[in-house]
Write a protein of this length. Structure first.
Length: 214
Protein backbone atom coordinates (compact mmCIF):
# COMPACT_ATOMS: atom_id res chain seq x y z
CA UNK A 1 0.00 0.00 0.00
CA UNK A 2 2.80 2.39 0.92
CA UNK A 3 4.73 1.47 -2.23
CA UNK A 4 1.63 2.17 -4.33
CA UNK A 5 1.15 5.53 -2.66
CA UNK A 6 4.78 6.48 -3.26
CA UNK A 7 4.53 5.42 -6.90
CA UNK A 8 1.28 7.36 -7.27
CA UNK A 9 3.01 10.44 -5.88
CA UNK A 10 5.98 10.02 -8.22
CA UNK A 11 3.74 9.52 -11.25
CA UNK A 12 2.08 12.85 -10.56
CA UNK A 13 5.32 14.69 -11.15
CA UNK A 14 6.65 17.90 -9.66
CA UNK A 15 3.21 19.42 -9.08
CA UNK A 16 2.50 16.82 -6.40
CA UNK A 17 4.87 18.67 -4.04
CA UNK A 18 2.86 21.92 -3.83
CA UNK A 19 -0.29 19.80 -3.60
CA UNK A 20 1.21 17.91 -0.68
CA UNK A 21 2.14 21.19 1.00
CA UNK A 22 -1.44 22.42 0.49
CA UNK A 23 -2.85 19.24 2.03
CA UNK A 24 -0.61 19.48 5.10
CA UNK A 25 -1.35 23.20 5.59
CA UNK A 26 -5.08 22.58 5.21
CA UNK A 27 -5.03 19.75 7.75
CA UNK A 28 -3.14 21.87 10.29
CA UNK A 29 -5.59 24.77 9.96
CA UNK A 30 -8.62 22.46 10.15
CA UNK A 31 -7.43 20.79 13.35
CA UNK A 32 -6.49 24.16 14.89
CA UNK A 33 -9.83 25.82 14.07
CA UNK A 34 -11.87 22.82 15.18
CA UNK A 35 -10.18 22.65 18.57
CA UNK A 36 -10.25 26.45 18.96
CA UNK A 37 -13.92 26.93 18.05
CA UNK A 38 -15.10 23.93 20.06
CA UNK A 39 -13.29 25.21 23.15
CA UNK A 40 -14.55 28.75 22.59
CA UNK A 41 -18.15 27.59 22.22
CA UNK A 42 -18.04 25.60 25.46
CA UNK A 43 -16.41 28.36 27.50
CA UNK A 44 -18.74 30.99 26.02
CA UNK A 45 -21.86 29.24 27.31
CA UNK A 46 -20.50 29.06 30.85
CA UNK A 47 -19.29 32.67 30.80
CA UNK A 48 -22.62 34.03 29.61
CA UNK A 49 -24.49 32.22 32.39
CA UNK A 50 -22.07 33.50 35.04
CA UNK A 51 -22.08 37.12 33.83
CA UNK A 52 -25.88 37.19 33.47
CA UNK A 53 -26.27 36.08 37.08
CA UNK A 54 -23.76 38.66 38.34
CA UNK A 55 -25.33 41.53 36.40
CA UNK A 56 -28.79 40.52 37.60
CA UNK A 57 -27.43 40.80 41.14
CA UNK A 58 -25.91 44.23 40.27
CA UNK A 59 -22.41 42.86 40.90
CA UNK A 60 -20.73 44.80 38.12
CA UNK A 61 -17.19 44.57 39.46
CA UNK A 62 -17.47 40.82 39.89
CA UNK A 63 -18.84 40.54 36.36
CA UNK A 64 -15.79 42.43 35.09
CA UNK A 65 -13.48 40.13 37.03
CA UNK A 66 -15.24 37.08 35.58
CA UNK A 67 -14.75 38.44 32.04
CA UNK A 68 -11.06 39.06 32.70
CA UNK A 69 -10.66 35.41 33.64
CA UNK A 70 -11.75 34.29 30.17
CA UNK A 71 -10.03 34.78 26.83
CA UNK A 72 -13.16 34.14 24.75
CA UNK A 73 -14.35 36.77 22.27
CA UNK A 74 -17.60 37.32 24.17
CA UNK A 75 -15.60 37.99 27.36
CA UNK A 76 -13.70 40.80 25.66
CA UNK A 77 -16.92 42.25 24.26
CA UNK A 78 -18.77 42.13 27.58
CA UNK A 79 -15.79 43.58 29.42
CA UNK A 80 -15.58 46.47 26.95
CA UNK A 81 -19.23 47.26 27.62
CA UNK A 82 -18.98 46.84 31.38
CA UNK A 83 -15.98 49.17 31.55
CA UNK A 84 -18.24 51.92 30.14
CA UNK A 85 -21.36 51.06 32.16
CA UNK A 86 -21.28 54.36 34.06
CA UNK A 87 -20.86 56.50 30.92
CA UNK A 88 -24.25 55.95 29.35
CA UNK A 89 -25.82 53.51 26.93
CA UNK A 90 -24.32 55.09 23.82
CA UNK A 91 -20.76 54.70 25.11
CA UNK A 92 -21.48 51.08 26.10
CA UNK A 93 -22.92 50.35 22.68
CA UNK A 94 -19.98 52.00 20.91
CA UNK A 95 -17.46 50.04 22.99
CA UNK A 96 -19.27 46.77 22.29
CA UNK A 97 -19.39 47.44 18.54
CA UNK A 98 -15.70 48.34 18.33
CA UNK A 99 -14.59 45.33 20.34
CA UNK A 100 -17.02 43.14 18.38
CA UNK A 101 -15.28 43.96 15.11
CA UNK A 102 -11.92 43.05 16.62
CA UNK A 103 -13.20 39.74 18.00
CA UNK A 104 -14.96 38.94 14.72
CA UNK A 105 -11.64 39.25 12.94
CA UNK A 106 -10.09 37.02 15.57
CA UNK A 107 -12.73 34.33 15.09
CA UNK A 108 -12.27 34.36 11.32
CA UNK A 109 -8.48 34.03 11.49
CA UNK A 110 -7.28 31.05 9.48
CA UNK A 111 -10.34 30.85 7.25
CA UNK A 112 -8.58 32.75 4.47
CA UNK A 113 -6.01 29.94 4.32
CA UNK A 114 -8.72 27.32 3.91
CA UNK A 115 -10.45 29.37 1.22
CA UNK A 116 -7.14 29.83 -0.60
CA UNK A 117 -6.29 26.13 -0.46
CA UNK A 118 -9.77 25.16 -1.64
CA UNK A 119 -9.35 27.44 -4.67
CA UNK A 120 -5.69 26.84 -5.46
CA UNK A 121 -5.51 23.03 -5.07
CA UNK A 122 -7.75 22.26 -8.09
CA UNK A 123 -5.91 24.85 -10.16
CA UNK A 124 -2.59 23.24 -9.30
CA UNK A 125 -4.09 19.91 -10.26
CA UNK A 126 -5.29 21.21 -13.62
CA UNK A 127 -1.93 22.83 -14.24
CA UNK A 128 -0.22 19.52 -13.55
CA UNK A 129 -2.61 17.81 -15.94
CA UNK A 130 -1.90 20.30 -18.71
CA UNK A 131 1.84 19.90 -18.14
CA UNK A 132 1.45 16.12 -18.23
CA UNK A 133 -0.53 16.25 -21.48
CA UNK A 134 2.13 18.45 -23.06
CA UNK A 135 4.77 15.90 -22.09
CA UNK A 136 2.63 13.03 -23.40
CA UNK A 137 2.05 14.68 -26.77
CA UNK A 138 5.73 15.56 -26.91
CA UNK A 139 6.55 11.88 -26.51
CA UNK A 140 4.10 11.02 -29.30
CA UNK A 141 5.74 13.61 -31.54
CA UNK A 142 9.18 12.13 -30.88
CA UNK A 143 7.92 8.59 -31.48
CA UNK A 144 6.41 9.65 -34.81
CA UNK A 145 3.34 7.52 -34.28
CA UNK A 146 0.36 7.22 -31.96
CA UNK A 147 0.90 4.36 -29.55
CA UNK A 148 -2.24 3.56 -27.56
CA UNK A 149 -0.16 2.47 -24.56
CA UNK A 150 1.92 5.65 -24.65
CA UNK A 151 -1.16 7.87 -24.90
CA UNK A 152 -3.08 6.02 -22.17
CA UNK A 153 -0.09 6.07 -19.83
CA UNK A 154 0.55 9.76 -20.40
CA UNK A 155 -3.08 10.69 -19.80
CA UNK A 156 -3.21 8.54 -16.65
CA UNK A 157 -0.18 10.30 -15.19
CA UNK A 158 -1.53 13.70 -16.21
CA UNK A 159 -4.89 13.14 -14.50
CA UNK A 160 -3.28 12.16 -11.19
CA UNK A 161 -2.70 15.79 -10.26
CA UNK A 162 -6.30 16.72 -11.07
CA UNK A 163 -7.63 13.91 -8.89
CA UNK A 164 -5.25 14.91 -6.10
CA UNK A 165 -6.18 18.59 -6.30
CA UNK A 166 -9.90 17.81 -6.12
CA UNK A 167 -9.36 15.34 -3.27
CA UNK A 168 -7.72 18.14 -1.29
CA UNK A 169 -10.13 20.92 -2.24
CA UNK A 170 -13.39 19.09 -1.48
CA UNK A 171 -12.80 18.31 2.24
CA UNK A 172 -11.09 21.68 2.79
CA UNK A 173 -14.09 23.47 1.30
CA UNK A 174 -16.47 21.44 3.47
CA UNK A 175 -14.42 22.30 6.56
CA UNK A 176 -14.37 25.99 5.58
CA UNK A 177 -18.16 26.10 5.29
CA UNK A 178 -18.55 24.25 8.59
CA UNK A 179 -16.33 26.77 10.38
CA UNK A 180 -18.18 29.70 8.81
CA UNK A 181 -21.46 28.27 10.12
CA UNK A 182 -19.93 27.70 13.56
CA UNK A 183 -18.61 31.26 13.68
CA UNK A 184 -21.98 32.67 12.57
CA UNK A 185 -23.57 30.86 15.51
CA UNK A 186 -21.04 32.37 17.92
CA UNK A 187 -21.58 35.83 16.45
CA UNK A 188 -25.35 35.54 16.91
CA UNK A 189 -24.81 34.46 20.50
CA UNK A 190 -22.45 37.39 21.10
CA UNK A 191 -24.97 39.83 19.64
CA UNK A 192 -27.75 38.44 21.83
CA UNK A 193 -25.55 38.60 24.91
CA UNK A 194 -24.47 42.16 24.13
CA UNK A 195 -28.09 43.23 23.72
CA UNK A 196 -29.00 41.58 27.02
CA UNK A 197 -26.10 43.40 28.68
CA UNK A 198 -27.29 46.76 27.39
CA UNK A 199 -30.85 46.10 28.56
CA UNK A 200 -29.62 44.97 31.97
CA UNK A 201 -27.46 48.07 32.38
CA UNK A 202 -30.37 50.28 31.35
CA UNK A 203 -32.56 48.68 34.01
CA UNK A 204 -29.71 49.07 36.50
CA UNK A 205 -29.42 52.79 35.70
CA UNK A 206 -33.16 53.27 36.16
CA UNK A 207 -33.06 51.62 39.59
CA UNK A 208 -33.26 54.31 42.31
CA UNK A 209 -29.92 54.70 44.06
CA UNK A 210 -28.37 51.81 42.18
CA UNK A 211 -24.70 51.24 42.87
CA UNK A 212 -22.35 48.56 41.59
CA UNK A 213 -21.81 45.81 44.14
CA UNK A 214 -18.20 44.74 44.49
Amino acid sequence: MIDQSVQFFRDGGIFMWPLLASAVAGLIVIVWKFVSLTSTSTRTRQLIDDVDDLIAAHKIEEAKARCRQSDTPVAHILLAGLEKHDQGTERVLSAIENEGMIQMSRLESGLVWLATIANVAPLLGFLGTVAGMIIAFGAIELAGEVDATLVAGGIKVALITTATGLSIAIPVNIAHNYFVTKIDGLVIRMEETSQNLIESLQEFERSPGARPVA
